[in-house]
Design a protein around this ligand. Structure first.
Ligand SMILES: Cc1cc2nc3c(=O)[nH]c(=O)nc-3n(C[C@H](O)[C@H](O)[C@H](O)COP(=O)(O)OP(=O)(O)OC[C@H]3O[C@@H](n4cnc5c(N)ncnc54)[C@H](O)[C@@H]3O)c2cc1C
Length: 343
């Protein structure tokens, strides 16, 4: 593969290019992108890791740093923040080979005639021999309650969509909305520190791990099902919230007076950039083969951003994709380098 550097020729106005040609740019610094950068450096590749958020760690750091994670091999009783701190230590151990850029959204991805790529952000461009897309579900936002309420005014003060600091809920009277894994996990975590926790769900059944549901039913969490939200009213400074509920197919219409409401209705995501970049996308997911490579040679995808038969969107599954992708691209870039048996 030729390594002609024609970055300058494609750089947009106001965007500074670099003469350097890196082996791989990892777009997205969630857990899978972080591990990808580390593993690429371990294979002696030069790496840039770029994330649009101010900190690395993706969904784990942004949405659930204090939630325990139970389903990663060898990672026992650790929180999201601990997992990201461990991944950061791995990156730091190859600090000289991994160039990390946060607060930078990759907006453009162009393939040059020689098979290399130029990525552009608002302020610069980078020339690379390969790209690994690890952007998760793209830009995401929490799904609010499906009623009219002062969403902006209450956000982060009395109504929450994720838990950044468990301590914020200590000694409080909290309502958790939702019936999935996250709602039940949080109800059980908050039970340990809150004064009282009520779980409100519009159905009688929960869509969560059976063991968690069993634990919930044995806990002190008050379960209100099937109830829907009618209104959420701010009771003023120094006071809490009034939450009006209505029983689904029933007459009960209780009002709860609580300190905080934690809504767990999932997230909406936007992966339109993949299409803008001309990449193969199906139902919002990047399509990859058994080497995690797209149909465009040199562009790979790992983690929540991709799909293929048998794909599981979990951290442990994403970690497993990384050696497959990186070892394959390493051999493409440096045919003399053989697959490693282990580190
Ligand atoms: C509440 C909740 C609890 C969860 N609990 C668990 C659990 O217990 N166990 C488990 O295995 N999984 C869990 N998950 C799922 C897990 O978080 C995801 O599978 C994982 O985060 C995927 O990692 P990723 O690196 O692929 O993507 P993400 O974590 O989504 O990271 C993608 C990163 O890419 C960045 N990005 C996006 N677009 C661009 C761009 N254009 N330029 C630069 N950067 C960009 C984003 O800013 C983000 O930092 C949970 C998810 C949620 C929401």
């Amino acid at each position: 593969m030729s390594t002609t550097d024609n970055t300058a020729a494609v750089a947009a106005d106001g965007v500074t290019g670099s003469d350097e040609l890196v082996d791989v740019v990892v777009i997205g610094g969630g857990p899978i992108g972080m591990f990808t950068a580390f593993y690429s450096a371990m294979r002696n590749l030069s790496v840039q890791l770029i994330d649009s958020l101010p900190q690395l760690g993706g969904q784990v750091a942004a949405l659930y740093p204090e939630k325990p994670i139970h389903d990663i091999a060898g990672f026992v009783s650790g929180t999201g923040a601990e997992l990201i701190a461990n991944l950061q230590k791995q990156i730091d151990s190859f600090g000289d080979r991994i160039d990390v850029h946060v607060n930078e959204e990759v907006q453009g991805l162009n393939r040059l005639d020689d098979g290399t790529f130029v990525l552009t952000t608002k302020t610069r461009s980078v020339h690379t021999r390969s790209v690994i897309v690890a952007i998760g579900s793209g830009a995401f936002a929490p799904r609010p309650l499906a009623i009219d309420y002062d969403r902006d005014g209450l956000d982060g003060s009395k109504v929450f969509y994720f838990v950044k600091r468990l301590a914020d809920f200590e000694g409080k009277n909290v309502v958790v909305a939702g019936g999935g894994d996250a709602a039940i996990d949080w109800a059980l975590e908050l039970e340990k520190i809150a004064a009282h926790v009520t779980l409100v769900h519009r159905r009688d059944n929960f869509r969560a791990l059976e063991s968690s549901v069993a634990q919930l039913r044995e806990s002190s969490v008050e379960i209100l099902t099937p109830y829907k939200f009618v209104d959420v009213v701010d009771e003023g400074e120094g006071a809490g919230l009034r939450i009006d509920l209505a029983q689904v197919k029933g007459d009960d219409q209780p009002s709860l007076h609580v300190d905080a409401l934690l809504v767990n209705y999932g997230f909406t995501s936007d992966n339109h950039l993949l299409r803008d970049w001309g990449l193969p996308v199906k139902r919002g997911d990047l399509q990859v083969n058994e080497f995690l490579e797209t149909e465009i040679p040199g562009i790979y995808g790992v983690g929540d951003a991709v799909n293929y038969p048998g794909k599981v969107k979990l951290i442990s599954a994403g970690f497993g994709e990384v050696p497959r992708a990186v070892n394959h691209l390493s051999e493409e870039l440096y045919p003399d380098r053989k697959q490693p048996l282990h580190s």
